[in-house]
Design a protein around this ligand. Structure first.
Ligand code: NAD
Length: 428
């Protein structure tokens, strides 16, 4: 399924729509429609065979009125300045809606990570820091892992930054490995956060989680823990996940009508998210076309792979039984498809609320780095649950009070908070 629309145009359209609803001062809108700062740069890297390859890197800092910019670094072959702008913008709204004192940033490198060895990846991410180190840091901009990047890479980046500034500075980057300044619970954070919001939505919609089923797109960090959480926290049943097969260059849906076992599927998934189809089949799973997940007769759909997946072409494939779309991925629904979801009366948990668990625990990681004192996993997940529940309730209240769609309500909560910080700081 191709991405139907430029992601940044989509982010601006969503913002413009809510700016109009809020009757926002055009001067304020002019600041918030665009990132405050953008960096576009080339990174030459020595390859293992002695040649030099040059990579295109980006960092976008959308708005830091509420605190240092925060957001992941993606390795993706189709990365563009516009995808990074869109994701940086959503990070501003995400941090604000989760009420954590951070702004919005995002970074990327145009790259298929599977084409590099580990030592080439290390030189590449150290090169990224050598370009950006004056413009990142615990009080400026705090990167993190995202699609295609790993905790190990974050440890290399933190090390490079610490060497350049001459001081151990773990809080300059989050998503670090345990023992290297990372936080317990970060791996589970985004997926479990999705599930805490689904639980709250089910309470509101008076659904019994134990009787509910879900179909999930993706089987990476977010989707794996969303699947585990749906089964183990809600006691519901996930009946399929999907993944992109690197060898066949297509996506597949892996399903089992009586419920998938995400722990088993994780044992047959490689580091890039490809599931061993033969082993899955042998264990009784059906292997279907990658687009099948969206057609499943389930209560909850969780798109947790890429942007633009619920679009004009796919939205009408959604089964009448579906009551909740929980957006684990960033920007999985196009604005046109949103209108169809509204018409179908499907309750949408919008991306920057639904997947805010990752950045929330990233924030907790920075807090622990600053304190130099580390919490247990139970403490982290409990604090995460509290934050996600309060954030969900704030958006639901706004949606009910103003009689607006959940996405618009999330924007209203977030924009209000960012504008207030800009006013208090005298920017507007
Ligand atoms: P990941 O790289 O761990 O996993 C991505 C998954 O998507 C893989 O299983 C891959 O096979 C699958 N995929 C890729 N293309 C596909 C296709 N065409 N059809 C079906 N599956 C496909 O990435 P992730 O960290 O799980 O992130 C997923 C989404 O969630 C992204 O939109 C990301 O920006 C967003 N997100 C991630 C975090 C986080 O903490 N990891 C936080 C917030 C938002």
């Amino acid at each position: 399924m191709a991405n139907q629309i430029n992601a940044f145009e989509m982010a601006q359209r969503q913002f413009d729509h809510v700016a109009e609803l809020l009757n926002l001062d055009p001067q304020v809108s002019e600041i918030l429609r665009w990132p405050l700062r953008e960096f576009s740069f080339r990174i030459p890297v020595r390859m293992d065979d002695g040649s030099v390859r040059v990579f295109q890197g980006f960092r976008v800092q959308h708005n830091d009125a509420r605190g240092p910019n925060k957001g992941g670094i993606r390795f993706h072959p189709a990365e563009t300045i516009d995808t990074v702008r869109a994701l940086a913008t959503w990070m501003t709204w995400k941090c604000a809606v989760a009420d954590i004192p951070l702004g919005g940033g995002k970074g990327g490198i145009i790259l298929d990570p599977a084409t590099l060895s580990n030592s080439e990846k290390e030189r590449l991410v150290r090169g990224w820091v050598q370009v950006m180190w004056r413009n990142i840091g615990p009080r400026q901009d705090v990167p993190a892992p995202d699609v295609g990047t790993t905790p190990q890479m974050m440890a290399w980046m933190m090390d490079e930054y610490s060497k350049l500034v001459g001081a151990y500075t773990p809080g300059t980057i989050t998503g670090k490995p345990l023992g290297g300044g990372g936080s317990l619970g970060r791996t589970e954070a985004t997926g479990y956060g999705v599930i805490y919001t689904v639980r709250e939505a089910m309470k509101y919609l008076k659904m019994d989680p134990a009787k509910c089923t879900a179909a999930i797109q993706g089987f990476g960090n977010v989707s794996q823990y969303a699947a585990i959480g749906f089964n183990e926290i809600l006691k519901g049943k996930v009946i399929c996940v999907s993944f992109y097969d690197r060898e066949d260059k297509v996506s597949y849906t892996v399903s089992k009508a009586d419920g998938i076992d995400p722990h088993f599927l994780m044992t047959i998934t490689d580091q890039y998210g490809s599931i061993d189809k033969a082993k899955a089949k042998a264990a009784g799973y059906a292997i279907e076309d990658g687009g099948e997940w969206i057609k499943k007769d389930v209560d909850v759909l969780i798109p947790a792979a890429l942007e633009g997946q619920i679009n004009n072409e796919t939205v009408n494939l959604i089964a009448p039984r579906v009551k909740i779309v929980a957006e684990g991925a960033n920007g999985p629904t196009t604005p046109d498809a949103d209108e169809v979801l509204k018409a179908k009366n499907i309750f949408v948990i919008p991306d920057f609320l639904c997947n805010a668990g990752g950045v929330t625990v990233s924030y907790f990681e920075g807090v622990q780095n600053d304190m130099n004192y580390y919490w247990t996993k139970e403490e982290v997940l409990e604090k995460l649950d509290t934050k996600m529940t309060i954030a969900f309730q704030g958006v639901l209240d706004m949606s009910l009070n103003r009689k607006v769609f959940m996405r618009d309500a999330a924007y209203m909560v977030a924009i209000d908070r960012v504008v207030k910080a800009m006013q208090l700081r005298g920017w507007v």
